[in-house]
Design a protein around this ligand. Structure first.
Ligand code: C5P
Length: 229
């Protein structure tokens, strides 16, 4: 007999689309755990830079993964911290430049393989909300609900800009737009686990939607799937 699988909701989509907001809301609404898979790629890229390992030396980068004790603490964006081997890496992990480093190592099959089981280990009762690029297509193909959030690059650059400005970072909108587009290209065109909606994913184009409109859609999906009462 198959063991009863712990349910997963997969939320995939390009950078800056609002997956963080959506998955934090879903985790709060369901009481399930949350996996920020992008943070794992970010930690590994930063660890490589710190260790003086070239990002193109994929085997060496992948080997580093097993040396990293990565812990996520806190529930909300404000009190959330990422501890790596006991040190607080939160701010460095969240930097836009780290996202770009992450997308460079994420093209390598050996790197993705090194992080695969680590992501699956987050599947704990009562359930998991998984945030990433390939959650529904590769990591959790048996997810009970697969959502693909999308939005035009211009809208995503503007959202990122507003988010970073709120945190006091001075960033140029045009530069952000160029970075968002470059990261999209790399993520969508890579040979392995490219950013693509799983065939059974529900696609929500949020370009013209407000945050509350997106949340209403998510609430409807949770109810349709009977994941909340
Ligand atoms: O989601 P986030 O912006 O933190 O991800 C950083 C980068 O890590 C992405 O641009 C992508 O290249 C990579 N990534 C990935 N697969 C995931 C999550 C992130 O390839 N599941």
């Amino acid at each position: 007999m198959n063991p009863v699988r712990i349910p997963v909701i997969a939320v995939d989509g390009p950078s800056g689309v609002g997956k963080g907001m959506a998955t934090r809301w879903l985790a709060a609404r369901t009481g399930w755990h949350r996996l920020d898979s992008g943070a794992l790629y970010r930690v590994l890229a930063l660890a490589a830079v710190k260790a003086g390992v070239a990002l193109g030396a994929h085997d060496e980068v992948a080997a580093l993964a097993s040396t990293l004790d990565i812990r996520f603490v806190g529930e909300t964006e404000a009190d959330e911290a990422i501890l790596v081997n006991g040190a607080n890496w939160t701010d460095k992990i969240r930097a836009e430049s780290t996202g770009n480093l992450a997308s460079q190592i994420a093209t390598a099959p050996v790197v993705r393989a090194a992080l695969l089981q680590r992501q699956r280990d987050f599947r704990e009762a009562p359930g998991l909300i998984a945030d990433g690029r390939d959650m529904g297509s590769v990591v959790f193909p048996d997810a009970v609900l697969k959502i693909f959030l999308d939005a035009k690059a211009e809208a995503r650059a503007m959202r990122r800009h507003a988010q970073l400005s709120k945190k006091g970072a001075s960033v140029n909108l045009d530069d952000l737009f160029v970075e968002v587009r470059a990261r999209d290209e790399r993520d969508r065109k890579r040979a392995i686990a490219p950013l693509v909606a799983a065939t059974d994913a529900i696609i929500i184009d949020t370009t013209r939607m407000s945050v509350s409109q997106v949340l209403v859609q998510l609430e409807i999906l949770l109810r349709q799937k009977q994941l909340i009462s």
